[in-house]
Write a protein that binds this ligand. Structure first.
Ligand code: CMC
Length: 434
């Protein structure tokens, strides 16, 4: 990656009577950054920022978020335009190559991904080792990590061809692994991928077809699935992406790095919130109970929060939530579930919260997870699969960020420092004297 930060003046920091000049850089858009790389050498001090709320960990050209304006761009393209006009594989190409493909390039890329969807038969047998009631995310972490034991020929991170093949394999095999994780938990036989279907059609078929009858993929549902994948494809330096970058900074192979990203995504503060939002809507149950839950959400002494509301970065309507809301309506319409009580509760809850002073003043808006649970539930996925679908879609973002990091000439192993508050040096006390 060619670094593109531009110098834009400097910032002076006064410490103990000494003034240190630190360079300031500008990106294309977004806040400037103060380069503190030389701070320790110049002052003997570190900076402290445990949740990374003021720290840019890298330079990136992939995804841009403006949380105040509610903007999300992949390689400069707004998320709603991509969701409306593009396919997930086109977005995968965009994220990993930097530009939208020509029709010929997209056809070649689609062919390549489609022809990498099968799993090594020994990897298929791997599933038998998991307990039948294993959480599908546990199966994902284990199986994706195991890819490095099966595809040795694409683990040399210094070879650009091997890195490209690993990228293709990961994007192509995630739906097959995710569908098998689902099938394994239901006790149904695995369904093999079919090359005449699109990425999302194939995934739905691998999840829901059974050998006893023909399975026809509903094109509206396949389109909705594709949109859901597009919405989740990348989100800048979030916890799981930062995990992938940190794991990769030591030179670990891409399959191991993506397994690390999946492990991080599993947590309820990250990938698990859509499940929590759906459970909350179920708990509310009917429109007349909404005021009670809004009251609880505002009560400082009640730990209850409106799940699917608020975001660390977005202080405006999450642009993904808008698309997800439309997708939710499309799915429920085609399935003839327009009167789905959960949707009625969600719409009324959103209306009330967006007019309420508490939510308005704290800039709490619906996030992507508010409508995704209802949509995935209507599509037929059990709640344990929601984070798996997120992982499947986010794999392209992770691998694009991993590639960017691997080819960044300034890349070094990620090694944060700390402020140590433990015991100062002391002498060992023999066991007999303690
Ligand atoms: N319901 C009620 N009050 C809320 C909510 C909510 N959902 N979210 C934040 N607040 C209040 C919070 O109590 C605090 O109030 P005060 O200033 O009086 O103490 C204020 O708003 C700021 O909240 P915060 O927790 O300091 O903000 P944060 O940026 O650390 O947290 C969040 C962001 C997403 C963790 C939080 O909004 C939340 O818990 N939301 C519900 C869970 C959720 O939907 N998570 C999905 C996030 S989107 C998925 C993704 O992109 O990965």
């Amino acid at each position: 990656m060619e670094n593109k930060t531009k110098p834009n003046g400097s910032a002076n920091l006064s410490i103990g009577g000494k003034t240190v000049e630190l360079p300031v850089y500008s990106g294309t858009v977004g806040p400037n950054v103060i380069d503190v790389k030389s701070l320790y050498a110049q002052t003997g001090m570190f900076t402290l920022d445990p949740g990374f709320t003021s720290t840019a960990s890298c330079e990136s050209q992939i995804t841009y978020i403006d949380g105040d304006e509610g903007v999300l761009l992949y390689r400069g393209y707004p998320i709603d335009q991509l969701a409306d006009n593009s396919s997930f594989l086109e977005v995968c190409y965009l994220l990993t190559h930097g530009e939208l493909p020509s029709s010929e390039a997209l056809a070649d890329y689609t062919y390549t991904i489609t022809h990498h969807t099968m799993l090594h038969t020994q990897l298929d047998r791997f599933f038998d080792g998991y307990r039948r009631d294993a959480h599908p995310m546990a199966v994902m972490v284990g199986t994706v990590g195991a890819l490095s034991a099966f595809y040795h020929d694409s683990t040399d991170i210094n070879d650009p061809i091997q890195r490209m093949i690993a990228t293709h394999r990961l994007i192509a095999k995630m739906p097959t692994i995710a569908a098998r994780a689902h099938k394994y938990s239901t006790g149904q036989p695995f369904v093999s991928p079919r090359n005449d279907l699109s990425y999302s059609e194939n995934f739905l078929r691998m999840c829901f077809a059974v050998p006893a009858e023909e399975y026809e993929v509903n094109p509206v549902l396949a389109k909705a699935m594709d949109k859901i994948f597009i919405l989740h494809a990348d989100h800048e330096q979030n916890a799981s992406t930062s995990t992938v970058r940190l794991a990769g900074s030591s030179g670990a192979n891409p399959f191991a790095c993506i397994a690390a990203g999946i492990a991080c995504l599993w947590g309820p503060s990250h990938g698990g919130a859509n499940e929590a939002a759906l459970n909350m809507l179920r708990e509310i149950g009917s429109v007349d109970r909404i005021p009670e839950f809004v009251r609880r959400a505002k009560d400082k002494d009640d730990p209850f929060r409106l799940m699917g509301f608020g975001h660390r970065v977005y202080k405006n309507y999450d642009p993904r939530a808008k698309v997800m809301q439309e997708t939710c309506h499309e799915v429920l319409d085609v399935l003839d579930k327009r009167d789905e009580p959960l949707l009625q509760v969600a719409m009324e809850l959103e209306r009330i919260a967006l007019e309420d002073e508490y939510f308005v003043s704290k800039k709490l808006y619906p996030n992507i997870d508010f409508y995704s649970g209802i949509t995935l539930n209507a599509l037929g996925f059990p709640t344990e699969m929601y984070t798996v679908l997120f992982a499947l879609a986010r794999t392209v973002g992770w691998i694009a960020q991993w590639e960017e990091m691997t080819t960044d000439p300034t890349q070094r192993i990620g090694r944060p420092r700390q402020i140590y508050t433990g015991a100062a040096q002391r002498d060992y006390v023999p066991l007999s004297q303690r």
